[in-house]
Design a protein around this ligand. Sequence first.
Ligand SMILES: NC(=O)c1ccc[n+]([C@@H]2O[C@H](COP(=O)([O-])OP(=O)(O)OC[C@H]3O[C@@H](n4cnc5c(N)ncnc54)[C@H](OP(=O)(O)O)[C@@H]3O)[C@@H](O)[C@H]2O)c1
Length: 326
Amino acid sequence: MRAILVDASGELPRLALGEAPDPELVPSGLRLRVAATAVNRADLLQARGLYPPPPGASPILGLECAGEVLETGSDVSGWRPGDRAMALLPGGGYATQVVVDAGSALRVPDRLTFEQAAAVPEVFFTVFLNVFQLAAFPEGGAALVHGGGSGIGTAAIQLVKHAHGTIVVTAGSEAKCARCRALGADVAVNYNEGDFVAACREATADRGVDVVLDSIGASYLVRNIEALALGGRLVLIGLMGGAQAELNLGQLLARRLSVIGSTLRARPVAEKAAIVAGFQSRFGSALEKGEIAPVVDRVLPLEQAGEAHRIVQASEHFGKVVLRVA
Ligand SMILES: NC(=O)c1ccc[n+]([C@@H]2O[C@H](COP(=O)([O-])OP(=O)(O)OC[C@H]3O[C@@H](n4cnc5c(N)ncnc54)[C@H](OP(=O)(O)O)[C@@H]3O)[C@@H](O)[C@H]2O)c1
């Protein structure tokens, strides 16, 4: 098959199309012809050798895809060749074929193209896992999500609004803040100018937010804790602002706060299947009806994966950058 291969010998990784062996079908697997995949910030780290794939996962980049089922494993029921699938992957999406555990796949709703569907799994399942399953976001509650213009942020705005919640987001420019508001964010704070703690207090009549979804880490830790309501939950999913921080534990104790660290990729397939099924049960019909939808910033051909990484690294995008595979 064709796949993007990484040459990490230079100062910056070079991404180029090459040949790789076809993945082997396993009894619980689906073989997909990949029609589209999408870029995640984790891919940028992996290309630089900073985020190795979990044991047993494909070394090829790509955490999600959409495409057509070519073949099903002997233990798989409910899928047939020709079905349209979108899937969460532990790796391997930047390729013309992938084998994925059937529990990590969902049917593509009729209204979505493969290019739109490829932008769904990683960010919608991550937000669902962390905000709704781990942090038990209450119907009508309040959330703070950093990077409102990211793939994660654009998914979070829609899921929180669908749950009748209030959502405060941060972004690095007024233009991105305006787009977050247009997508449904109640408040969008330009983090270069505004104070997101004050914005959370104002949006919640001084109560604070129930959940913070944070991909920044150290540099926001103290302020994230300040933004939480009594009993609030901070879920840490990224470390773009560093990993070492100091925290007054008295705050956690007195205000009964929880800090949860979470990754999706390395979870066992059974856990992923439960997340995917949970998402389908809670938000599947909203996705089918178009009440929630992936935000696709642009679509590039797979051979331009290097350019797609440059765009995401520079945060020039709003939502997801998709790669058209075939
Ligand atoms: N743990 C997990 O399972 C998991 C799964 C998926 C993603 N993630 C993490 O979630 C984060 C988002 O992922 P993604 O793929 O959606 O990334 P992405 O689209 O590349 O977005 C990153 C965003 O962060 C914003 N940003 C940068 N510095 C910021 C700051 N100081 N404050 C607020 N926003 C800031 C950037 O835009 P502007 O600065 O222009 O606003 C950009 O929109 C990444 O850290 C990723 O690793 C974790």
